[in-house]
Design a binder for this molecule. Structure first.
Ligand code: FAD
Length: 376
């Protein structure tokens, strides 16, 4: 069985890895568009504390977080250890103890069904600042030990390398689909024709233009996110937890004395790849309110990425009718680094005809809102 995976972001790279590991012939094709989401994503893996209130989203995001340790140990067996994943815990901070009381109750309830979220501990502002020193001193917190952070670029690249170790080919370029009646026969890329038995479309927010020639009008739109990377010289940030306030802005830290904070959510941005004055102001303002201790940090970089936003909050995963040999893995939105590796694995399972441990019907890409299909 030969499969072409179009797009090697977090979803496509994971799909290619799982297919190749299971002895399938795999060709990954990736154009590395400017603003690809995986390269800009913050990397928070903590679906248990989320402002999203949707059971279908929560189910797949929760399983996505649970899937990580298994994936990391599989990659270790393939000698891929530089993956940027670490369980550092999360601080859900607030200046309002009553708000934390309510959240603590909800978390304890969710914990019965998701022990992987780890321990739930209520901590005062002094302890919170021991864990994340730049934090505002008016914030108490709930500490959740199972939360993690991941460097999307490192994990994506590790998955691509591991897929190649299992025989997958990687082609750099933009793919176009070759259609024959209700079947996709393969692709053209860099002037070459490549045939395959099946195709996984994991092309992020660029998928609509790929599918349009097939008469498929996919409801995926780019949402720009601007996010700051701040260096704190000579500071060991490697174990600092993720910080989640009530607003949508957050911060997290990586091994190299780096704090990442953001992000804007600019619906309707189109593919406008710009660092805007307003975006920088919003990110800085929110960050310094949350953690005034960052004031002396070095602003190293503002990254820009386009989140692939679907017609609703849940991802789109499954065959695109009437093209039964084309599987879509898309609409990962603002939580694709959490669920992307798991969704890639599920996409690979669909191609291989394996049954999944999750009911995939809520994520069916053909659900009413997702498509206008002019094929029929
Ligand atoms: P992408 O990473 O965009 O990859 C799609 C790939 O397909 C690209 O490389 C592109 O070049 C390629 N492609 C497209 N068309 C073609 C073609 N025709 N031929 C060849 N290649 C093609 N998620 C979390 O879980 N936690 C977070 O903390 C988090 N923070 C975020 C912060 C920001 C600022 C942003 C922007 C996103 C964040 N996300 C987060 C969301 C997450 O990054 C995305 O949901 C996820 O990376 C999407 O992955 P993807 O593989 O679907 O798409």
């Amino acid at each position: 069985m030969k499969t072409i995976v179009i797009g090697a972001g977090i979803a496509g790279a994971s799909a290619a890895y799982h297919l190749a590991k299971n002895h399938n012939e795999v060709v990954m094709v990736d154009k590395q568009h400017q603003g690809n989401a995986t390269a800009a994503g913050a990397g928070i893996v903590c679906p248990w504390i989320s402002r999203v209130d949707n059971n279908n989203w929560y189910e797949i995001a929760k399983r996505g977080a649970k899937f990580y340790p298994e994936l990391i140990s599989q990659l270790k067996q393939d000698n891929e250890t530089n993956v940027g994943y670490k369980k550092v815990g999360a601080l859900r901070v607030s200046s309002d103890p009553a708000e934390l009381d309510e959240l603590e109750r909800k978390l304890k309830d969710k914990q019965k069904d998701a022990p992987e979220m780890g321990d739930i501990e209520r901590i005062d502002s002094e302890r919170a600042r021991e864990l994340f020193p730049p934090l505002n001193n008016n914030l108490e917190a709930i500490y959740l030990s199972g939360a993690a952070r991941v460097d999307g670029r490192l994990l994506r690249d590790a998955l691509k390398r591991a897929a190649q170790k299992h025989g997958a080919k990687l082609i750099s370029g933009g793919a176009e689909l070759i259609q024959e009646d209700k079947h996709v026969k393969g692709i053209t890329v860099n002037g070459d024709v490549i045939h395959s038995d099946s195709v996984i479309v994991a092309a992020g927010t660029w998928a609509p233009s790929l599918l349009k020639p097939l008469g498929v009008d996919l409801k995926i739109e780019p949402q720009r996110g601007q996010i700051a990377h701040i260096k704190l010289p000579e500071t060991d940030t490697s174990s600092w937890p993720v910080v989640l306030p009530q607003t949508g802005h957050y911060m997290l830290a990586f091994d190299d004395s780096r704090v990442v904070t953001g992000a804007t959510r600019e619906t309707g941005s189109g593919f406008d790849y710009r660092r805007t004055f307003g975006g920088i102001f919003e990110v800085m303002n929110e960050a310094l309110t949350l953690a005034p201790g960052l004031i002396d940090g070095t602003l190293e970089e503002m990254r820009i990425g386009f989140r692939p936003m679907g017609p609703d909050i849940s991802p789109l995963l499954g065959p695109i009718e009437p093209f039964e040999n084309v599987v879509l893995a898309n609409g990962l939105g603002a939580s694709g680094l959490t669920m992307g590796p798991y969704i890639g694995n599920l996409a690979a399972s669909i191609i291989m005809g394996k049954t999944s441990d999750i009911d995939l019907s809520p994520y069916d890409p053909m659900r009413a809102a997702a498509f206008r299909n002019s094929f029929y």
